[in-house]
Every structure is written in C-alpha cells, then in structure tokens.
Write a protein that binds this ligand. Structure first.
Ligand code: SAM
Ligand code: SF4
Length: 367
C-alpha cells in the first residue's frame, strides 16, 4: 500500500470581527483576504457518461427542469457576477454542459458584456463535433475535455460507455474551431491506470493538447472514494518522470490549481508543451483559491466541499422579486453572493478525521 501524504491547506488568518462585517460593495472577498474572480457554472446535472468516480451506473435522479435556472435567469445572474462582483473568468461545466441546448445563447450574452470575462468550458467532448464551431462563434474561448485513457477497453470500463472515438473526434473539432489551448482532464481511478498514463501523455503531445491529471476527490455519488486507494500526485509524477524529460514550469502558478511542468523536446505552436497535476487532496491549494460556484438550480457554493449553500433561485423567482423591480433583485443577488463568499472556510477538510462528503455529488456541483 502506498502512503498518502496528508496535505493541509495553507493556513490564513481570518479578519472577521464585529468591525469587519460582510462587505456591501466591491468584489467577492472572504475573511482570509482571498478574492473570488473565477466562477464555475454548472448548467445541468445530467450526463451522457457514467464515470465510476462521479456517477452511479444507473445515473441519478436528475433535477426537474423547472428547478433549473432558465436561459434568462442564468444570463441575469452571470451579468451581476461580471458587472457588480468582479468576476473575470467563467467556466461552464456540469453534469455535461453540452446537454444544455441554450449554451450558445448564454455564452453570447456573457461575451457581449462590458468587461467581457474569459469564457471556458469543461466537457466530456461528446457532441463537440457538431457544436464546437458555433460555441466558438458565440464567444467560447477555450475548452478542457475530459479523457482518462486512450485505451478503448479501459475507457469503456471507466465511463461505462463505448465512446472513446467520439471524444477524440470532439477534441479535434475543438482544435479546428480554435478553442485552444486545449487541455485534457484525466482522473486515474485505479493504481493500474498509471501504466496507461504514458500513452495518454504521448497522445496529448502528438496533438498539442495540455494534459491535466486530477487527483480523485471524495465527491462521487456512490461514496466509494477511499484514501488508501486514490492515486497520488507523487505516484503520477514518478510514473511520468520514468518516461519523459520533465522540468518544473518557471511560470508563476498564482491561483491556478495545477502545478505544471514543461515536457522537454515537445513544443506546440512555438510554445513548450506543459503538463499539469492537480493535487487537490495531497497538496491542497485552498490558501490561493479564487473560485466561486453556481449550480444549475441556482445555489451558490464557496467551495467544492462546502457543507452549506446560498439559494439564489428564491431571490429570482420569489414574490418580492416582482414587486421590488429588476435593480433591487440584482442588488439582492449581489448581497447574497458577497455573504456566501465572506463565509468561505480557510480550506477543505478532506484530510481531517471528521471530514464529511458534501450531499451534492460532483456532477451536481460542477467540477
Ligand atoms: N461532464 C464534464 C466532464 O466530464 O468534463 C464536466 C463535468 S465533470 C464533473 C468536470 C471534471 O470533474 C472532469 O474533468 C472530471 O474528470 C472531474 N471529476 C469528476 N469527478 C471527480 C472526482 N471524484 N475527483 C476528481 N475529479 C473529478
Ligand atoms: Fe459525466 Fe463528467 Fe461526471 Fe463523467 S465526470 S459522469 S462525463 S459529469
């Protein structure tokens, strides 16, 4: 058995005192001095794959359609985020975001805002062959496509669907549509997957995609995650160092979750090819986190692992919203969001004995 280092989030000192109440203006600050500029938006909890580390084989009870934010509600909330709360980057995710037919409409509305944010999407790639060009035309800047292995048999085991060729075609369509730099997100559900990792990196290098390997987190709907079974960043790097010449990327990491390396001897579009490892469990980066999250049913979350949420849908649809008028509703959304951000904890507690997995699985939060 491999020992797992217990990474603890970098501690920060809270400034919360009676003289520092929740801010009533400005960006999304928390009491530890962090400012959330990066918004993850889950547009649906549905998915057409059933990755073992995310969804049960039979899927989940999907949220009823009337509980999801409509196109107009989504655009309205995202407008408040950009216009009033200083959000600079928006990433659409899910569930599978391409299952939402109005994604192009939402993206083109956000792309038309003053202070246009950077707009990205994380997708399993199914359907990109049809939609990549239209999404790029709407204003999508770049994509991350999830692909855990290029071994067709293993892909079908992990995703419980035989769709590897469609994902590979989706990646090519994204590249053709100019949605780069394209990143490939990979999770290694089992230690045996380490042996397949060099082939996945070789595939990415051959196509100019940047591989991002993510440590598996306890966010699966089956609650099957086990600390002693998860593949660690150290094991991932040891495997890659055995097969490739890697050197640490000198670019400052900032608030990026991935620690990055340059793959010597490989360039793409004149730039050195990067590889990233996201060690959310063994080396948490909570101290530099600049994320806030919105779920498809209109709940705000200040952390993937947050135990509490803030409902925005009530503010959008409640009786008071029709009486109060649009400006007052926007102000209420901003107020609720600032309070949600202010309450953000110093870091996640995955490595504590008293950790409890959030009630929402990854597919309903948005990764
Ligand atoms: N369906 C899209 C996809 O798979 O890219 C978007 C949603 S998915 C929840 C977003 C990302 O979360 C994917 O890259 C996926 O691999 C990752 N993910 C899902 N479950 C995870 C887990 N338990 N631990 C770590 N990453 C996970
Ligand atoms: Fe679907 Fe993405 Fe979860 Fe896989 S990781 S089941 S593609 S939401």
């Amino acid at each position: 058995m491999t020992a797992v280092a217990l990474g603890l989030p970098t501690p920060r000192t809270s400034t919360a005192t009676a003289s520092h109440p929740t801010p009533t203006s400005g960006p999304l600050r928390d009491t530890f001095g962090r400012v959330a500029r990066d918004l993850r938006v889950s547009v649906t909890d549905r998915c057409n794959l059933r990755c073992t580390y995310c969804m049960p084989a039979d899927g989940l009870d999907w949220m009823p359609g009337d509980k999801l934010l409509s196109t107009e509600e989504m655009i309205r909330v995202l407008t408040v985020a950009v216009r009033d709360l200083g959000v600079e980057r928006i990433r659409f995710t899910g569930g599978e975001p391409l299952l939402r037919r109005d994604l192009e409409d939402i993206i083109s509305a956000i792309a038309a805002l003053e202070n246009r944010p950077e707009i990205a999407m994380t997708t399993n790639g199914l359907g990109l062959t049809r939609r990549a060009r239209g999404l790029a035309d709407a204003g999508l800047d770049r994509v991350n496509v999830s692909l855990d292995t290029v071994d067709a048999t293993r892909f079908a085991q992990v995703t419980r669907r035989d769709r590897l060729d469609d994902v590979i075609a989706g990646l090519a369509a994204a590249a053709d549509a100019g949605l780069g730099p394209i990143k490939v997100n990979a999770v290694l559900p089992e230690r045996a997957d380490l042996a397949r990792l060099p082939d996945l990196l070789s595939f990415c290098l051959a196509h100019g995609y940047e591989l991002r390997i993510i440590e598996q987190m306890p966010l699966d709907a089956d609650h099957a995650w086990a600390r002693n079974q998860m593949v660690t960043a150290d094991e991932i790097m040891a495997t890659l160092h055995d097969h490739f010449d890697l050197r640490p990327d000198p670019t400052p990491r900032g608030s990026a979750p991935a620690a990055t390396w340059l793959v010597d001897g490989h360039t793409h579009a004149g730039r050195p090819t990067r590889l990233g490892v996201i060690a959310s469990v063994t080396r948490p980066f909570c101290g530099d986190c600049d994320r806030t999250r919105l779920t498809a049913d209109g709940a705000l979350r200040n952390c993937l692992f947050a135990a509490t949420e803030t409902d925005l849908r009530g503010a959008l649809r409640g009786r008071r919203s029709t009486e109060a008028g649009p400006a007052a509703v926007d102000a209420e959304i901003a107020r609720l969001w600032r309070a949600n951000a202010w309450a953000k904890a110093a870091g996640h507690t995955v490595n504590s004995d008293d950790f409890e997995q959030p009630a929402r699985p990854m597919s309903a939060i948005g990764g």
